[in-house]
Design a protein around this ligand. Structure first.
Ligand SMILES: NC(=O)c1ccc[n+]([C@@H]2O[C@H](COP(=O)([O-])OP(=O)(O)OC[C@H]3O[C@@H](n4cnc5c(N)ncnc54)[C@H](O)[C@@H]3O)[C@@H](O)[C@H]2O)c1
Length: 396
């Protein structure tokens, strides 16, 4: 396999944008990927200016359409190996679809798109073109998320009975959108964000964490979407009671009005043998509670298979994944880097004509993105019927 760095193009990211920053750091994390191009802003003139002012040289384009079309005629060493879409939700579908049709793999921010019609089309296009596609559910990239997934899916805590998966924030406790603050403005506008504000923005992370770690699906919901800030167009508080595919129950909840909570995403999973607790604001450890035993705290990189709880055969690739020794903390940027590293591996396999995974085990797949949108649409319907139990559509 070539050791030349692969080229990444950005869709969005100019003029004080937020999530492009962790992405571009994560892209450069290993030296095997680099940002070489960008369509950074909707206005072509500003897009070119922003590219010219980028902290290192990149090729600027006036629009993502231009960037995708230009790619076909670029010399081989300048071609884009994948696109990263970091625009507001209403500008996910079109660039993703254009890139897929042009044969460029896509790593897209969540939520996948605006609605199920778009999500259906994206899943079909990815399958038709058999092309790598990932969705940026950041928190799957923590080593401890991978470890929690192993513990639950290996049945070490027995059958899952109850999950509390949550994401609490306080930054929208006042009507921030009225000040014109960029991130608040589009997140509270249904045309730009989708059918749910808080649910689409952070509830989808809580859902994805539940599905990734447990391997279970949500089959029915009883949803309450509430808006506490007067005059806001979308929910800022999202509380969903869920039926799980194994017969267990879960709460998937999110809020943006809980003052004091910053990015308080966490999950508690109670099985017939014990409970697992993990919080992303302290992502280096997970706690295991077993009945009538002292609590166990497992730190990333300091795990001993065969210790009386973990079996001897913890998968070697899981044990090998940490990048630095325990006690030197990994965090948000490392999680993003792990996702890009795994996506790069699939892109390189695809480029070499080999089979590749995109199966949701290392980063969220297009089907996971579809599930997020199906969940949101079902929650909106259930909430409109005062929380009556409503079934999710069948997996695509
Ligand atoms: N995974 C995570 O943890 C996480 C965190 C934050 C945001 N996000 C997601 O990332 C996306 C972006 O969020 P953000 O907070 O960075 O938004 P932002 O408002 O800070 O940035 C959006 C950027 O997209 C640009 N843009 C808009 N339309 C464009 C177009 N047509 N062409 C080119 N650029 C265009 C804007 O100019 C801006 O640079 C959203 O979908 C959001 O849900 C994910």
């Amino acid at each position: 396999m070539s050791n030349k760095p692969i080229n990444v193009g950005l869709v969005g990211g100019g003029k004080g944008a937020f999530i492009v920053n962790p992405h571009q750091k994560a892209i450069h994390f290993d030296g095997t990927r680099r940002v070489t191009a960008g369509a950074l802003f909707p206005d072509p003139k500003i897009a070119l200016e922003e590219a010219a002012n980028w902290p290192y040289p990149i090729k600027g384009y006036g629009s993502y359409t231009e960037m995708i079309e230009a790619n076909a005629s670029l010399p081989e060493d300048q071609k884009l190996s994948y696109l990263v879409i970091v625009t507001p939700n209403h500008v996910h579908f079109d660039p993703a679809m254009k890139a897929i049709n042009a044969g460029i793999p896509v790593f897209c921010e969540k939520p996948l798109c605006l609605n199920l019609k778009e999500a259906n089309a994206l899943v079909k296009a990815v399958r038709k073109h058999n092309i790598p596609f990932g969705v940026a559910h950041t928190y799957l990239g923590h080593w401890t998320s991978r470890f929690a997934r192993y513990i639950i899916r290996a049945g070490l805590l027995g059958e899952v009975r109850w999950v509390d998966s949550y994401y609490l924030q306080g930054w929208l406790a006042t009507k921030l959108e009225a000040t014109g603050q960029m991130q608040a403005t589009w997140r509270t506008n249904p045309k730009l964000a989708g059918g749910s504000g808080c649910g689409g923005d952070i509830g989808t992370h809580a859902l994805m964490q539940l599905r990734y770690v447990t391997g279970l699906d949500v089959t029915q919901v009883s949803a309450q979407l509430e808006t506490f800030v007067e005059g806001r167009m979308l929910d800022d508080h999202f509380t969903i009671y869920c039926q799980l595919s194994n017969g267990g129950k879960a709460l998937v909840r999110a809020s943006q009005i809980c003052i004091g909570h910053k990015n308080d995403l966490g999950i508690e999973i109670s099985g017939t043998k014990g409970t697992l607790v993990w919080r992303q604001e302290e992502p280096e450890s997970i706690t295991i509670h077993l009945a009538n035993q002292p609590d166990r705290v497992y730190w990333r990189g300091a795990v001993t298979p065969g210790d009386g709880f973990l079996p001897k055969n913890v998968p070697a690739d899981l044990m090998a994944e940490p990048t630095i020794p325990p006690g030197h903390p990994e965090a948000f940027h490392d999680a993003y880097a792990r996702l890009h590293r795994c996506f790069e591996a699939d892109v390189r396999k695809w480029q070499a004509g080999k089979s590749f995974a995109c199966d949701g085990s290392k980063y969220a797949s297009v089907e996971d993105g579809w599930m997020g949108i199906a969940f949101i649409e079902t929650c909106v319907k259930s909430s409109a019927k005062r929380g009556s139990w409503t079934a999710l559509p069948k997996r695509i």
